[in-house]
Every structure is written in structure tokens, then in C-alpha cells.
Design a protein around this ligand. Sequence first.
Ligand code: DQA
Length: 147
Amino acid sequence: MPQLLLLNGPNLNLLGTREPEKYGHTTLEDIVENVKSVLAQHQIDLAHFQSNAEHELIERIHSAKQEDIRFIIFNPAAFTHTSVAIRDAILATDIPFIEVHLTNPHRREAFRHTSYFSDIAEAVIAGFGAKGYEFAALSAAEKINSL
Ligand code: DQA
């Protein structure tokens, strides 16, 4: 039974070819494999879901509650800056999560400086590229195993 959900928002399926000067060359498949291997060292199974659709992300968060997912690592991508609906879904499930961004949105356009998630996240990791997901996985594993 997976205990941790890695959730990725819109356009992150294109990682590797999408604006590589900003987002790097690592693909989403590579990121998932790297997170899996960090978690395996802590005997934690991973579920992964990526969607370009807001309602699909909301439904995945709802089902995480039923599956007893203990922790979420979430890059909401552009929905970071727009989605009250996804924020409410997370609040409804009350599952702790770490917000991850490949880039540091605060160094970018002003519209990226607002996050609907940072004030309810356990932690925010931004600007470390694909490595940020591994940092989040390590920290989430320690939290899960200490609960
Ligand atoms: C992102 C930052 C967002 O502003 C952007 O819309 C993304 C990716 C990041 O990982 O740096 O799609 O979440």
C-alpha cells in the first residue's frame, strides 16, 4: 500500500524538453524513479500522479484520503498561483504535504510570487531543480517513519 503520493500539475509531463534552460533536462519519469529509490531506502512505497486538469488533481487528492496516504509531495505547477479549488481539496483531506518547485518562483514574474499552498504546506522547496523532489522525499520519509 503506497504511503506517499507524488503529485505533479500541468505541463510537468513535458519536463526534459520544456524550457530546459529553466526546468533542466531531467524527465518526469527520471524524477519519479529517483524519488522511488530515496523512499525505498526507508521502506516506503510511492504512488505517482500527473495531470494537466485541475479536477483530476482534486479527485486524486480525495482518493488519497481513502487510501490512507500519509504524505504528499506536490508540485502544483501553474495551479500554484491560481487554484483555490485544489487548496480546498488538500485542506479537506488534511494530509500533510511539501510544496516543490523546480525553479524559484520568487525570482520570476510577479504573478508567480503568490502561492495558494505555501501557507498550508509543511515545507516549501524551490529552486533546486529536479533535486528538490529528492530533498522532499528524504524529509517526508523521516516524517512518515517518525509518526
Ligand atoms: C513551477 C513554477 C510555476 O510557476 C510554473 O507554472 C510551473 C513549474 C516549478 O516547478 O518551478 O509550471 O511549479
